[in-house]
Design a protein around this ligand. Structure first.
Ligand SMILES: [Zn+2]
Length: 289
């Protein structure tokens, strides 16, 4: 019995050791930082108006983000913008909301966080988040904040990754957080259970490509800091793989047949992340047009 308890204790310690949430801080420019824990990329704007975060990772990482913010010389976070409702991007909301941060997001983020979500793809039901996690400020199309010496433009990109995604533009600094519309060098997740679509996704990336220039720093939802060339390569992948799959569909091939043929070898490494090649093909085949 004692032996068994000891084993369980060792397992618990080992699991804890692996899971101890830590956050790394990377300066971008002008008081802007990339903060990374385990989930989606988090951005911080710091200055005389305090701290604004874009996204807040998983719930269990919130204390580590508070430590990271404190290490930058601030007591807490004044504003949080959620790029979308997923738990790896908005999971910290409840704790931050309770501590007085004002959370802002698209109307559909509040709608989804406050109701039960059925993620059929992963056979997972997500219960409503506690009230403190719900955005206090919502918008239908766009919103501007004027903090830390610059305009922060928040813009809705419809029916792409979900139906409630925003991208956040730091205008003077020429930095954008693109949320999960951008997985750097990986096939993206299109959450059709949350109103996403492949067509909207590709269109949204085309719009973003028009919006950025060669100097823009692009923070992807997942992966390292990126630039316009990275986004161009990504857009090219989206268009070429979508067209290839839709051409096979038009020839009467079903999902399995298309997966058996696969995609051009050039895109092989893009399937080594969260979304593999078969799943990316299945998104294209099953997406509403
Ligand atoms: Zn997401």
């Amino acid at each position: 019995m004692i032996f068994r308890t000891l084993i369980l204790l060792m397992v618990a310690v080992a699991a804890h050791g692996q899971d101890t949430p830590t956050v790394t801080t990377t300066p971008i420019k002008d008081g802007l930082y990339l903060l990374q824990g385990r989930g989606g990329n988090v951005m911080a704007s710091t200055g005389s108006d305090g701290v604004l975060l874009v996204d807040d990772d998983y719930p269990q990482y919130q204390p580590a983000y508070l430590e990271a913010v404190q290490a930058l010389g601030y007591d807490g976070v004044r504003f949080i913008i959620n790029t979308h409702w997923h738990g790896d991007h908005a999971g910290g909301n409840a704790a931050w909301g309770e501590s007085g941060s004002v959370i802002l997001a698209h109307d559909n983020v509040r709608q989804r966080l406050s109701t039960r979500q059925d993620m059929k793809l992963f056979k997972r039901v997500v219960e409503p988040a506690p009230r403190s996690a719900w955005p206090l400020v919502t918008y239908e199309d766009s919103l501007a904040l004027h903090v830390n010496g610059e305009t922060v433009e928040v813009k809705h990109y419809p029916q792409g990754h979900t139906d409630g995604d925003s991208m956040v533009f730091f205008v003077r600094s020429n930095v954008v957080h693109a949320g999960d519309h951008f997985f750097k060098d990986s096939f993206p997740f299109v959450d059709m259970d949350s109103g996403g679509s492949v067509g909207g996704f590709v269109e949204n990336i085309a719009v973003l490509l028009q919006t950025v220039d060669d100097e823009t720093v692009i923070v992807p939802g997942h992966g390292g800091l990126a630039n316009r060339a990275d986004l161009e390569r990504y857009h090219q992948m989206l268009v070429e793989t979508r067209d290839a799959v839709q051409t096979m569909q038009a020839q009467g091939m079903d999902l399995e047949a298309i997966q058996a043929v696969g995609l051009d070898a050039r895109w092989e490494s893009w399937g080594s992340g969260f979304i593999d090649t078969d799943r990316w093909i299945s998104f294209i085949v099953t997406s509403p047009r």
